[in-house]
Design a protein around this ligand. Structure first.
Ligand SMILES: Cc1cc2nc3c(=O)[nH]c(=O)nc-3n(C[C@H](O)[C@H](O)[C@H](O)COP(=O)(O)OP(=O)(O)OC[C@H]3O[C@@H](n4cnc5c(N)ncnc54)[C@H](O)[C@@H]3O)c2cc1C
Length: 442
């Protein structure tokens, strides 16, 4: 006999913990199943950055309230308690392979002198610990070290969930919060309605001893290795764990070795020490048309393109739990009952955050060779308005290049043709080699 609940949440990451806590606070009987022994122990790569109130992400304008120790989501009308540390940063710099020219997004000097906070890094362990504890106080039954292996919808009446450890649980609803490589999306046939894009591995390093000119920025760029590796993409930003530490995302040990010892950037890294490293595997699909199937409600990365970010995970976990509570209290345990979530999701996710625009950003700098990148970075001399929303970034840079298009046509006709051809559809085409190498699991 399966143990019964109102809702079974699968996955104890950001979206699942927020969903379980919210559903229990709304009076539902909630079980959460999580593969790890301690959900708050973060092992997966994550830059742990929140875009702040200078930017809009999923049509929300979140901020941190020091007095109440809460992340506040004013548009969606809720807050999340957070007692961990955080570190502000003030701009984003795209740096050319020559390690000199840069495109500046956000005004570092003015923000650092008190005009604003572009974004901040937070301690994800503390965020998850807080959500977990609040869920426990609200009455969530946690089942840890449980690997969910099967999900059976019973003709729209309930959903049964089985684990490799032999548990059988049934819920009127199931909330799938099992992340970017969601097994539930696969088991329910959800992935058959999606376009497979790519599989990517990532490694990130926490390092101390870095010396560069602006410490409170996120800097992204490409170094060029003439001895085999070619273009090496990196992203670096302050770490929340130590003041003298940075988070460096780069494609593995060989690239790290080149970047820190032999590239044009190596003078930043004379005396570094790697304190720890994390990794992640990402299976990217186009978003699901609708985050619902046979009483399984999808949240966070499980149904989205690439990474929903912690903002998206919190928002969708929260909204889905409220919709499930509403459905049960109104006696509508079905798709119609959770319509508030489905409508909200479509409006604030796919309709305003086109995954093809995100892809444009992912491939934009890959269009160009070393010389072209140095040329383009040197062209844009003024600071661009702040935005780190990955759905807008490529458009932001293309817009800043517009006044220079005649000059580019004159000086670099081949580069001008590349820019003319670039758009959402070409980004899909550019993705093709990566798509062929990936592992779609239907
Ligand atoms: C390199 C990198 C950098 C990033 N940087 C940022 C950033 O700066 N800011 C930001 O906000 N976001 C960032 N993200 C994205 C962010 O980490 C995710 O969007 C967020 O964690 C999604 O939360 P989630 O709850 O949907 O999924 P996850 O956090 O992946 O949680 C899924 C949970 O489900 C569990 N699980 C999976 N399968 C099963 C199963 N079968 N049975 C039981 N449990 C299961 C997993 O153990 C995990 O705990 C980054 C991601 C990467 C890879």
């Amino acid at each position: 006999m399966a143990r019964t609940y109102d809702v079974i949440v699968v996955g104890g990451g950001t979206s699942g913990l927020e969903a379980a806590k919210t559903a229990a606070q709304a009076g539902l009987r909630v079980a959460l199943l999580e593969r790890k022994s301690d959900p708050a122990k973060v092992q997966r790569s994550c830059a742990q950055m929140f875009l702040m109130n200078m930017d809009s992400f999923y049509n929300e304008h979140m901020y941190f309230c020091e007095r109440t120790q809460k992340w506040v989501f004013p548009v969606n009308n809720f807050s999340v308690t957070y007692t961990g540390g955080y570190r502000k940063f003030y701009a984003c710099h795209f740096i050319a392979p020559n390690a000199r020219d840069r495109i500046e997004i956000g005004d570092y000097e003015s923000n650092a002198s008190g005009q604003g906070v572009a974004a901040c890094v937070f301690n994800k362990n503390d965020l998850l610990r807080g959500l977990f504890d609040e869920g426990r106080h609200a009455g969530v039954d946690y089942f840890l070290e449980r690997n969910v292996t099967a999900v059976f919808p019973h003709s729209g009446r309930c959903v049964e969930v089985k684990t490799a450890e032999g548990d059988r649980l049934a819920g009127t609803f199931c909330i799938a919060a099992d992340g970017i490589n969601s097994r539930i999306a696969r088991l329910t046939g959800m992935n058959r309605q999606r376009i497979f894009l790519f599989t990517a591995g990532s490694v990130s390093y926490y390092i101390t001893g870095v010396q560069f000119d602006r410490s409170e920025v996120i800097c992204m760029g490409n170094a060029y290795d003439h001895n085999g590796l070619g273009m090496v993409h990196f992203c670096m930003l302050p770490s929340v764990y130590r003041d003298d530490e940075y988070w460096l995302y780069i494609g593995g040990d060989e690239k790290l070795d080149f970047f820190t010892r032999r590239s044009a950037f190596s003078h930043w890294f004379k005396n570094i020490e790697i304190t720890h490293k994390r990794s992640a595997v990402i299976t990217a699909w186009s978003p699901t048309p609708e985050p619902f199937k046979d009483n399984v409600v999808f949240v966070g990365d499980s149904c989205w393109f690439a990474e929903a970010e912690n903002t998206g995970a919190l928002l969708s976990g929260h909204r889905a739990a409220l919709a499930v509570a509403e459905a049960l209290h109104r006696g509508m345990p079905n798709r119609k009952g959770v319509m508030n979530y489905l409508t909200w999701w479509k409006r604030n996710w796919p309709e305003t955050h086109d995954y093809k625009s995100f892809l444009c950003y992912a491939v934009f700098f890959k269009l160009f060779d070393e010389d072209e990148l140095n040329y383009l970075h040197a062209l844009i001399r003024h600071k661009l308005p702040w935005s780190l929303n990955p759905f807008n970034l490529a458009g932001h840079i293309m817009h800043a290049l517009k006044p220079h298009r005649e000059r580019i046509r004159r000086e670099r006709p081949a580069l001008a043709r590349k820019l003319d051809r670039f758009g959402p559809e070409t980004s899909i085409a550019l993705m093709k080699p990566a798509t062929r190498l990936g592992f779609p699991a239907l």
